[in-house]
Design a protein around this ligand. Structure first.
Ligand code: PLP
Length: 385
């Protein structure tokens, strides 16, 4: 049986979510904007899901705007950094997902100033550095809640406070964090938060943006005025229903899942470190997502892709960083470069990410197989020299 250790790229949809989505394709196929019975059923289903997603975040249902992805939620949020005249200033970090970095680049082309704050060697942003980066025209700070490559969890509450003190909005890309770290948005200084269903055992192609009451945004998609005018388009009812159930399951099971995943993560790290003396852990050792392992192999960093393919052949699916950068897989990772890695070492991360359905037996099998593959690649590389 294949072993899937790439849950940060996407998660298997929970069978309970699949079951909940089922009726909303063919039987209950109404458009939530229709006034007849099927339409009203669909509207109720969307509103139930909104309440479920809000409950996971400690938010009010009316603060949840459904989108078609985490990427879209990030784009919608960052549009508020612009300002009518394109005179705004955005503070973000060097290790954001491309959904933020590329959107920031597009804003820059429209005249918005962008500051990328650095991270330390563990991948953490210092809230004091964010505070020092603020300018009178700073409209927004956007710092991710957890990183997709190294799993580092940022001090978002402190960063949010720094943004608030300067009168700026605080957005966090929490696509990797939601369902794995608790949020209570009624109390945290977060104005905007992006999330995505497929990272928490929900379906692909459905995301959401939390928009704190009182924060005004402009839509980036114009049309029939759905989602309080912020995201026109007929709602993806089945996807939204699935998102809602995935959120409800995450709320109910996150605490237990995290205890189990943290134990599995530590078992995996300890097993590999003891069998491969050249292995080292990348990213903060404690402030990291429960199931997230990111490893380097000293001297073999340039062979991460070979290792990944050898693992795949052995039935273990992992990643060298982010699925989003598969086309750049041989290039140094900008995230690792930001941690201070030289270009050679920055080519060599192996990301193993555990999820709800991984077992101890799978972790043990990985510990059995991986060191042999690493050793094999080392022998080949040495023979070539
Ligand atoms: N932000 C982060 C941190 C991510 O890891 C991802 C997906 O990998 C995204 C945004 C994009 O989310 P989506 O795939 O829903 O567009």
């Amino acid at each position: 049986m294949a072993i899937y250790l790439d849950n940060s790229a996407t998660t298997p949809v929970d069978p309970r979510v699949v079951k909940a989505m089922e009726p909303w394709h063919a039987q209950a196929f109404g458009n939530p904007s229709s006034l007849h019975t099927l339409g009203r059923q669909a509207r109720d289903a969307v509103e139930t899901a909104r309440a479920q997603v809000a409950a996971l975040l400690g938010a009010r249902p009316r603060e949840i705007v459904f989108t078609a992805s985490g990427t879209e939620a990030d784009n919608l949020a960052l549009a508020a950094a612009d300002g009518a005249s394109g005179s705004g200033h955005l503070v973000t970090s060097a290790i954001e997902h491309p959904a933020i970095l590329e959107t920031a680049r597009a804003l820059e082309r429209r005249g918005v100033a962008v500051t990328h704050v650095p991270v330390d060697a563990d991948g953490l942003v210092d809230p004091a550095v964010v505070r020092d980066s603020m300018k009178p025209r700073t409209r927004m700070v956007s710092i991710m809640a957890a990183n997709n490559v190294i799993g580092a969890i940022q001090p978002v509450t402190e960063i949010g406070r720094a943004a608030r003190e300067a009168g700026a909005l605080f957005h966090t890309d929490a696509v990797q964090a939601v369902g794995k770290t608790p949020f209570n948005l009624a109390e945290q200084p977060i104005d905007l938060l992006s999330l995505s269903a497929h990272k928490l055992h929900g379906p692909k192609g459905v995301g959401a943006l939390y928009v704190r009451d009182g924060v005004t945004l402009s839509p980036i998609i114009h049309g029939g005025g759905q989602e309080r005018g912020l995201r026109s388009a007929t709602e993806n009812v089945a996807g939204i229903v699935g998102f809602g159930v995935a959120a409800e399951l995450a709320a109910a099971e996150m605490a237990d899942d995290n205890v189990r995943l943290t134990a599995l993560r530590e078992r995996l790290i300890a097993g590999i470190l003891s069998a491969c003396p050249q292995a080292y852990v990348i990213g903060h050792r404690q402030r990291r997502l429960p199931g997230h392992v990111c490893l380097g192999f000293a001297g073999q960093e340039g062979e991460a892709i070979r290792l990944l393919l050898a693992l795949d052949e052995a039935g273990i699916m992992a990643s060298t960083g982010s699925a989003c950068s598969a086309s750049h897989a041989a290039e140094p990772s900008y995230v690792l470069r930001a941690l201070g890695f030289d270009p050679f070492r920055a080519r060599g991360a192996l990301r193993l990410t555990l999820g709800r359905f991984n077992t101890e037996a799978e972790v043990d099998r990985t510990i059995d197989i991986l060191p042999t593959l690493v050793g094999g690649l080392r022998r080949i590389a040495t023979a070539r020299r």
